[in-house]
Structures are given as C-alpha cells and as structure tokens.
Design a protein around this ligand. Structure first.
Ligand SMILES: [Fe+2]
Length: 288
C-alpha cells in the first residue's frame, strides 16, 4: 500500500474548496497551504473537474468523500467508490478521507451522515469496508469521527476506543474533527478534553475545524442542541480545544470546513490563518 504522503505533503492549514470559490481560487491562487475537496461536487461536473486538475498542479489536495458509507450494513457503494478512485488517479491527492457513518440503504442514498452503535459487530462490518476501500484506493483511508446527537444502548465501547481498534485492525488513519468533538461532547454530555486524550494520537494525519449552529433541543425544551452545519466561524472554546489537540497530537494539517452560508473566500483564509497562528504558538511555546 502506498504511503499517505506523496512528494507534496500537506503543511499548515487548508480550506475546503467549494464550487462558489472555484473560479476565484483559480484566478487569484491565494496563499494557503492546501485545498480539500468533496469528490461528489466534481464527479458530475466535467468543467469543474478540469479546473480541479489544473489546481492540483499548484496546491496539494486532500479528497474528503461524503458518499462511500463505510457503516452501511448492506455494503459500501462500490460504483461510487470506483468513480472516486478514477478522480483520485487524476489529481493524485495527498490524503483521502471519509466519515465513520452510514448514508445508504439498499439503492437509497440518504443525504446525511447517520450514526452507528460502537460494538464488536459494527467494528467488524466497518473494518471489512475500510479494507475494501483501501484495497481499491491502494492507500490508507482516513476515517473521521462523527458529530453526534444520539447514542445507542447497544454500544459497548467509546467512540475513541472504536477508532483505536479500527486503526489496529485495518491500518487506516484518523481524521480528527476537533469541532465534532466539541459539538458531540456538548450534545452527548461528555468531556471533550478526555475524548482528545483517548484518541489514537499516532494515527492522526489531519484535523478539521467547522462551525456549528445552536438550536433548541426538541427532546429537552430549554436545552441547546449544537448542529454541525459548517455555517459559522469557530467559537473561542472550540479554538481552545484545537490548541489542546495540537498539544496532544502535535502539529497536523488542519482544514477550515465551511459548507453552508458560504462566506467570501477571505473569511476562510482568515480562519486558516488563525489556525496556523495557534499551531505556531504551540510549537514556539514547546521550544522555550
Ligand atoms: Fe469534518
């Protein structure tokens, strides 16, 4: 299996490249470490794919899938995976990642990232699917921790333990979405810092940061549910958790994710710059 890093490793912070910014990024080629794309935005758009192939000559690219569905009991979407493999061969990304979730049932594609119980049965199922993905990709796949709103009585292990065991059994890598940890800890009532402590630090190759939207919790009137909308700037407590994650994991390529109410490109670049400043500050403090 090929290494995750090619001749152009990811350095510093990157931004999620969404279609509204594609022409501007092509025209201005802003100063940013790398770009992450959702292949699903490009597979049915030949013109956008042409621009992406051109951009891949100028920026390291990370491919973040949202439709492979490694948690589906009925198996992964192999046709979709083959299309992604073809795109990966064209743009030679540094990393390829996706979610610890499911989004297909039979022939139905459910436009959501749905939760899984964390137990032996799920672990075996997900491990089989991750190995299948890695065999087709010819490289390790990064699995991202989900944003959580519900738990399952059938879970027998924590999410961090599940990811640690998935790494051991498949050789996959981990994408730690720090803002998902922040959001899930609030929604599920656990300690975000303890979760970071329990993650398999040696397997983490990328971090994500994205804003959430607070909504009234229909199940608990008066309480707030944090929804992973990727439609806002990060809050200060989320930045503090990011700083702790860098202390724990070391400096990792960090992505600013913004998928709804997409702001001007300059806003994403300023968030990426803030992530760089925090990571640099942690590194400087460590050398004093
Ligand atoms: Fe994420």
């Amino acid at each position: 299996m090929a290494n995750t890093t090619t001749s152009r490793p990811l350095h510093g912070s990157g931004i999620g490249l969404r279609l509204p910014h594609l022409a501007e990024v092509m025209a201005t080629q802003p100063h940013v470490g790398w770009l992450e794309i959702h292949p699903e935005n490009f597979l049915a758009n030949p013109h956008a794919t042409e621009l992406l192939i051109e951009l891949s000559k100028h920026y390291p690219i990370s491919v973040h899938t949202v439709g492979i569905s490694i948690g589906s009991a009925g198996g992964i979407d192999r046709d979709h995976l083959r299309r992604i493999v073809a795109l990966v061969e064209q743009i030679d990304p540094v990393l390829v990642s996706g979610h610890l979730a499911w989004s297909t049932h039979g022939d139905e594609y459910l436009n959501d990232l749905l939760p899984l119980p964390f137990n032996e049965e799920t672990l075996q199922l997900v491990a089989t699917h991750v190995q299948e993905v890695q065999n087709l990709l010819g490289r390790p796949y990064l699995v991202e921790n989900p944003s959580s709103y519900v738990g399952f009585r059938t879970s027998t292990m924590s999410e961090a333990e599940f990811l640690t065991r998935l790494v051991s059994s498949t050789g996959c890598r981990v994408l730690c979405d720090v803002s998902n940890v922040h959001l899930s800890a609030h929604n599920m009532g656990y300690d975000a810092y303890d979760y970071i402590d329990r993650m398999p630090a040696d397997a983490i190759d990328e971090l994500h940061l994205g804003g959430f939207t607070p909504e009234e919790d229909q199940a608990s009137p008066g309480a707030e549910l944090w929804v992973d909308t990727h439609a806002a700037r990060l809050t200060d407590p989320a930045w503090q958790l990011y700083r702790y994650a860098i202390l724990r994991f070391g400096r990792k390529p960090t992505l600013i994710e913004w998928d709804a109410d997409i702001p001007p490109l300059a806003t994403l670049l300023s968030e990426a710059s803030r992530a760089d400043q925090i990571a640099t500050g942690v590194a400087c403090a460590a050398t004093r």
